[in-house]
Design a protein around this ligand. Structure first.
Ligand SMILES: *Cc1c(COP(=O)(O)O)cnc(C)c1O
Ligand SMILES: [Zn+2]
Length: 566
């Protein structure tokens, strides 16, 4: 049976049918840039129905993956990750159609599991017993796990920047870890030499057919999931069965993920399953942003970084080579942009996502969210755009820089009294020492009243406040109840919505200021309304700050809160 895929050479354009997927050179011109092609036309409109009946992993798309025999698949539950809403972040940014592709839920905690699953399966199909990878961390972990399962000996070249916990995880799976004290680019060169000398298979990242093909499954899953979540879009020729987002956002190192995802979306469009290929946002860490700097200068080649200055080792590819040109061409064809963020912005995004959405991610993934925040604030991403962010990896390990000092509170209990407690029941009662210790923490608690008729907005403000300090927060859902609560509580601060039925925020403010008991309580106004000059005048001198809903971020709100409290 002939294979269901062929290889087209990106340089000479000729097509080869008889190459194994582990091949890496065009037999005609020797180019290392081969691209898998499938018989899209015969799959036709029946494919989505076929796919829907299968298990939720990457293999449900097997007709568009370069593995000849599905029995060779090395499986650990790769792919099929959830597409979760980011309602709170969406509310903060005024972007209601925000989705997270939760790649943390792969077998080893990153989206490299798609790559390792397919690449190692292809190795197995081709009878390989040894392989070499170079990695900024997650590729090595994932390949180590899949190689362990397939009985393939893996040599993993890692730069010494990779956190030791990640290196130990590779070693645990039985991979031979080679720690290279140099940049990732140098480690890659060394790995390639080692593989050549020993005649071993070397995984070439972007030039590895299986690696690129595996990342298409992010696009397939996203399009399938989005159609279920928000429906499909009418087109001149009718409804497409699946749905493309307006944006795909990813933190980028070598660019394998977005190159693969773009190929996936393009195939779906060619098959008539979606109406367009999404715009792509490539986000890099400022200390190693060869693609972003070149893009902004409109250069054809990446601005190679020989000495990366970022703590985010996962993203420290200084020379992305052809990956840049491929992504730039994709951007030109379908729209999008490239942007960089600082390590600090990425850490802050990690915090925000953990505290606002309950999603803890590694700093590399935080880079994508920091990029999203930046692009939303700049208006590059529109208010109604459907946005999918790749949450590319989990927080193992929690890098020290993220939390900094003071992430735990110490509570010291005095030694228990010398005589033993008479009964176990009594011993379990809280004694003086614990209460006294809690009292000391409580001294810092300040009281705040939130008056807002939109429960989502009130919840968000509460969460932001709670994430940042131990405040006593009370809440009222309309103006009259708010006023009563403020009189009863006499809080240190009021956070007030303007647009409320019956008694609106202006009326609440007037009532507060007219009463000696409440005249001095500071008020921060949070509103979704664009104020008229007359309304602004009415607030002038009466409030501490005016914040626009949908455009405020936690740090801005907090700075105003703290300013008002001190
Ligand atoms: C590899 C990796 C990236 C970068 O992905 P590329 O597509 O290879 O540029 C981003 N985040 C995490 C967690 C990764 O493991
Ligand atoms: Zn060729």
């Amino acid at each position: 049976m002939p294979a269901h895929f062929k290889f087209a050479c990106a340089d000479c354009g000729r097509v080869s049918a008889a190459l194994p997927a582990s091949a890496f050179q065009c037999p005609h011109c020797g180019s290392e840039w081969l691209e898998a092609r499938y018989d899209y036309a015969t799959l036709g409109p029946h494919w989505p129905g076929l796919v829907a009946l299968r298990s939720k992993d990457i293999w449900r798309y097997k007709e568009l993956l370069p593995l000849e025999n599905a029995d060779n698949a090395v499986r650990l539950g790769e792919g099929g990750t959830p597409l979760v809403t980011a309602a709170n972040l969406g509310l903060m940014l005024g972007r209601p159609n925000l989705f997270i592709k939760d790649e943390r839920q792969g077998p080893t905690g990153s989206f490299k599991d798609r790559q390792a699953a397919l690449a190692v399966s292809v190795m197995k199909e081709n009878g390989l017993t040894q392989a070499v990878v170079a990695s900024t961390g997650n590729v090595a972990i994932s390949y180590a796990a899949y190689c362990a399962r397939a009985g393939i000996k893996l040599y993993a070249f890692l730069t010494s920047l990779v956190p030791p916990e990640k290196m130990r995880e590779c070693a645990l799976y039985g991979a031979q870890v080679i720690k290279v004290t140099a940049t990732y680019d140098r480690a890659k060169e060394l790995a390639a030499q080692f593989a050549t000398q020993r005649g071993m298979y070397f995984d070439r990242g972007l030039r590895s057919i299986a690696a690129v093909e595996s990342m298409k499954t992010i696009a397939y899953e996203t399009a399938e999931q989005l159609a279920r979540r928000i429906g499909t879009k009418p087109t001149p020729t009718g409804q497409t069965p699946w749905r493309a987002p307006d944006w795909y956002i990813q933190a980028v190192s070598g660019g394998l993920g977005p190159v693969g995802a773009m190929k996936g979306f393009s195939e779906l469009k060619a098959m008539g399953l979606i109406d367009k290929v999404p715009a792509l946002a490539v986000i890099q860490a400022e200390g190693c942003a060869p693609m972003v700097t070149a893009f902004k200068r409109n250069l054809d080649q990446p601005e190679v970084v020989t000495n990366p200055r970022t703590h985010i080792a996962t993203l420290a590819t200084g020379n992305p080579g052809r990956g840049y040109a491929l992504l730039r061409a994709g951007l030109r064809a379908h729209g999008g942009t490239m942007e960089s963020v600082s390590d600090e912005e990425a850490y802050r995004a990690v915090h925000v996502m953990a505290k606002m959405e309950g999603i803890s991610m590694e700093p590399a993934a935080g880079v994508a969210f920091a990029g999203l925040i930046k692009l939303a604030r700049a208006g590059v991403i529109g208010a109604e755009d459907v946005v999918v962010v790749n949450c590319s990896g989990h927080t193992f390990p929690i890098q020290n820089e993220i939390l900094g000092e003071g992430w735990a509170r110490d509570v010291e209990l005095p030694e228990p009294a010398a005589e033993p407690s008479p009964t176990p029941v009594l011993a379990a009662q809280p004694h003086e020492g614990l209460l006294a210790a809690l009292q000391r923490l409580d001294e810092r608690v300040r009281s705040i009243v939130i008056v807002d008729d939109n429960p989502d907005a009130a919840r968000l403000i509460r969460r932001i406040l709670q994430a940042k300090g131990s405040y006593d927060i009370q809440q009222a859902g309309d103006g009259r109840a708010g006023l009563a609560l403020i009189h009863a509580q006499h809080p240190d601060l009021v956070v007030l919505d303007l647009m409320m039925p019956e008694m609106d925020g202006f009326a609440v403010l007037d009532a507060l200021r007219a009463d000696d008991a409440t005249a001095d309580i500071p008020v921060i106004v949070v509103t979704a309304k664009l104020l008229t000059p007359a309304e602004r005048e009415r607030l002038n001198g009466q409030i501490e700050a005016l914040l626009q809903k949908g455009s405020f971020m936690d740090d801005e709100l907090l700075a105003d809160v703290l300013g008002a409290l001190t």
